[in-house]
Ligand binder design. Sequence first.
Ligand SMILES: [Zn+2]
Length: 381
Amino acid sequence: MRTESAPGHARHRPAPARAGRKPPARTGEVLDLLRRGVAVTTADLAATMGVARSTVTERLELLLHHGLVVPAGETGPGRGRGRPAGILAFNERAGVTLAAQVGTDGEVLVAVTDLAGEALWSSRAAFGVGEGPRALSRLLDREFATALAGAGESRDRVFGVGVGLPAGLESAAPPGAWARFPLAGHLARSYRGPVFVDRDVHFMALAEHRAAWPRAAVLLCLKAGATISCGLVVDGRVVRGATGLSGEIGHTKVRDSDAPCRCGGRGCLDATAAEAAALPAGAALRRAGRRTGDVLAAAVNLLNPDVVTVRGRLVDAGDEFLDGMRESVHGAALPASVRGLVLTSARLGADAGIKGAALTVVEHALTPEAVDGLVAPPIGV
Ligand SMILES: [Zn+2]
């Protein structure tokens, strides 16, 4: 399956700075600090960046002119000495993203979001998963156009596109259908900005990290439905693996199971999950939880995560799944690793994939380098 679109992304990348020479006080850096809330006044920005206030003011004027920054009130009394200072904020309405989250059954949640990843308009539609990526592409063309109109937005305000796909979607389509149809490339022809077509769990993990656990050093976001997979964020970055397939833990063999799996193997964790999803009652949920915990324990020993969040149908069905997971993890992972570990249900709701897809777009479209390119005067002026 194609994942990240190089063509869509490349258009947004400005020429790299000469090696060894960092441009002083980049405009993009100012925006980055504002967006992350690290510094919100001219004085704070100047202090954080170690440059003169006048330099920051110059950069801010550019950002204000391009609508990427807006005034957001003043500092209250008691904050330092002297007069209240103006607070500046990233303008989350400076543009929009198009985001979609595809379900294993072919239901697609489509949204126009602001640049904070909040949906401004959303809808649901469905395609036949057996028809493969062309059918999904037709649906997205139609639904994205409807969504933009619904949100009162236009194509030229789109910063990029993110589409999250569940594990196992390929196996429902004719063999090779996903490999032959470049969905990301197709979308990149219709919209400007980076295009990401990626595993949903990568997006969900990013959203959980940014929204709920921004200080987690190693976060695993497990999705437990009819299949089990997980996304991984290390030091603030999504770890996708060499070919985007990190976190496919559902195909790890588990004890005492010989059930056939859609991958062609037998005894995979996914086969247990599918059984539990079909009949989500106490004993089946606990068994699926224990087996998932066995696999997770190996990941805990390997990665030493500080946060593991779990989402999906098996968690929603009752406490037994998480209880079973905890039993296994506590029994099989290094006690010192388990002591510092938070293992809990996910904070974000059903739209986590949408938020993560949108934030992936925004974080790539607004790197300091990209912002410098956005605010640079056109060549020849
Ligand atoms: Zn399998």
